[in-house]
Design a protein around this ligand. Structure first.
Ligand SMILES: O=C(O)C(=O)Cc1ccccc1
Length: 294
């Protein structure tokens, strides 16, 4: 990103005109981007060395974490986060142009599960009886309906998808809450920090913390105090299943500091002394898209 002659290869959750595509293009430009049909395909493209980076959605302000990304990132354990970009998300209902006069006859509405969930109230009140069909991305839904002019189906996705696939927008901005932002992360096999020349950004570190096997009362409190007395601000803590048994969890902790900060080094040492396993997924810049594009 700093060297204008170098074009990294970047896999993103496609097809063309997905929200992830927009986020990836914002960070890397359009050269070198290659769509993959699913989040695991994006991640495998990196782990198998086909591309240098993958851009995938990690978390949405309305819906929370994207489970597939969390699963492959934290349970895979090979990758690092090298940058984050947070973008506003506007969801629109769209149909094939051949269907624009038949929107009262819809037989299904398709989109990524997060997009369907972001529009839950709209769908509940306006299209209560219409089956909702999950797709691998919003753009996959848009592309599919563009190929099916005879079917009474709609997709939920962004403006670019409507333009790219020549669709008719039935209703704009159908997401239930105005503040609908998604965090996308750039993953790499190498621990590095992507420095985007034009954007000011804050730095953050993502940790995966596992409690000791002989869990004791107050353990989570002790973990939090490791950060609090050092004045290390946390921007997220989330428990996720360890997948070893009911009630077994690990914690994803985001700290608003770089891992090479002396206080962070001390925090990691204290976590180890408490018997926790703490793995850093890297320190990285957090970029925001221009709010005027919302
Ligand atoms: O990138 C997409 O288009 C996706 O389907 C993932 C997604 C879904 C909803 C909001 C942001 C990203």
């Amino acid at each position: 990103m700093n060297d204008t002659n170098y074009t990294p290869s970047v896999a993103y959750l496609g097809p063309e005109a997905s929200f992830t595509h927009i986020a990836a293009a914002e960070l890397f430009g359009h050269k070198g981007l290659t769509p993959r049909p699913t989040i695991p395909d994006c991640i495998e493209a990196v782990t198998e060395g086909h591309v240098a980076y993958a851009v995938v959605p990690l978390e949405n302000a309305l819906e929370g974490s994207v489970p597939l990304t969390i699963d492959y990132l934290f349970h895979g354990g090979e990758l690092f986060i090298t940058a984050e970009i947070s973008t506003p998300i506007g969801q629109h209902l769209m149909v094939n142009k051949a269907q624009k006069d038949f929107t009262d006859q819809l037989e299904s509405i398709q989109s990524h599960p997060h997009a369907l969930a972001q529009c839950h109230k709209f769908l509940q009140y306006r299209y209560r009886k219409i089956p909702l069909i999950q797709t691998t991305s919003t753009a996959a839904a848009a592309k599919y309906i563009s190929e099916q002019p005879a079917l009474h189906i709609a997709a939920i996705g962004n403006q670019l998808a409507a333009e790219t696939y020549g669709l008719h927008i039935v209703e704009e901005n159908i997401h239930d809450f105005h503040f609908n932002h998604t965090r996308f992360v750039v993953l790499s096999l190498r621990k590095e920090i992507l420095d985007h020349k034009n954007h000011a950004a804050s730095k953050k570190t993502t940790l995966m913390v596992k409690l000791p096997e002989d869990d004791k009362a107050g353990m989570l409190h002790q973990i939090l105090s490791v950060f609090s007395w050092r004045r290390l601000n946390l921007s997220k803590i989330e428990s996720r299943p360890l997948k070893t048994g009911l009630g077994h969890y690990f914690f994803i902790i985001d700290v608003n500091e770089s891992e090479d900060h002396p206080m962070m080094k001390g925090a990691m040492e204290e976590l180890a002394a408490l018997g926790c396993t703490a793995r850093s997924f890297g320190s990285y810049y957090v970029y925001e898209t221009d709010p005027s594009s919302e």
